[in-house]
Design a protein around this ligand. Sequence first.
Ligand code: ADP
Ligand code: MG
Length: 344
Amino acid sequence: MNNSSRTDLSTLGEFGLINRIKSNTSLRNKESIIGIGDDAAVLYKNENEYTLLSTDLLIEGIHFDLTYCPLVHLGYKAVIVNLSDIAAMNGIPQQITVSLAISNRFSVEAIDELYKGIEAACKKYSVDLVGGDTTSSKTGLLISVTAVGTVSKQKLTLRKGAAENNIICVTGDLGAAYMGLQVLEREKQVFLANPDMQPELFGKEYIIQRQLKPEARTDIIHEFLSLSLQPTSMMDISDGLASEILHLCHASDTGAIIYEEKLPIDPMTYETAREFQLDATTCVMNGGEDYELVFTLPLSDYDKIKNHPSITVVGYMTPKHEGVKLMSRGGNLYDIKAQGWKHF
Ligand code: ADP
Ligand code: MG
């Protein structure tokens, strides 16, 4: 290839690159209902159901740091991030495969630990490990998990489908996993400077747990069923609320307004953000790894969820031309922007 045709990956970014890959491929089988572009692919299963398929790749040094991430938690989290993508389609996960690339730095016991975590997640979410692949690596540990799930045809929920005036809801609280990571990184630096120092994690248990051992909100998928709720659009919050809201708006052809004062933030997240001289709202909007769900509902469903302990209304969908905005506590409107891709 000559130099003049070389385009830096950073000029496209993650989403640009995915769009480019998507536009250079096409679907050939009628069973492939939805391909690239949502949290999971949607495949024909039978008259009443679709199969959902999602995959993620975790790389040592980029997605996890074994200095402070125990292998048992890593195994658990590697499964969770995929189950979360199945939940984001309003589906229930059923099977996973796990592929590993391992360097000779790892012992049999270490891999046992990793699989203890994988098995714990499988047990908790009633999922079966049905296969995978094992190979060697020269650079560290790589874990790829693929999850398969099922959703009934009427329940399938995409990123697209939200309409003007739909309320925007999130589950749980946000920003905690990001603050947990900041604490772990700080303690790592302290430890590297003085290996005799014990990490100072007391009082940070919740946010550290949110970073190291997240959960997938399949419980909310069951709640939707029992409350007779059908979200108009949904995705999981893996990259920070800002990026996810932009995805929902882009796919649904709407704008949105999010109210800063409504964002669900745990007091420990808030306090830790202050300690690090970070703005808690910025951590929520741009942090990531919450693995909560963001979804939209018709306004008429408000009464069904207004007192739900795990669901918070944070804003509503607006006409596209009004843009995607954050209303600050002080009453100022800001554009919500994507933070771009950190990987390249
Ligand atoms: P999520 O954060 O929900 O896992 P991603 O942002 O990783 O979603 O991916 C968005 C969409 O792009 C998904 O449909 C995913 O399958 C697809 N995708 C990501 N990377 C690639 C790739 N290298 N080739 C084909 N499709 C991809
Ligand atoms: Mg997702």
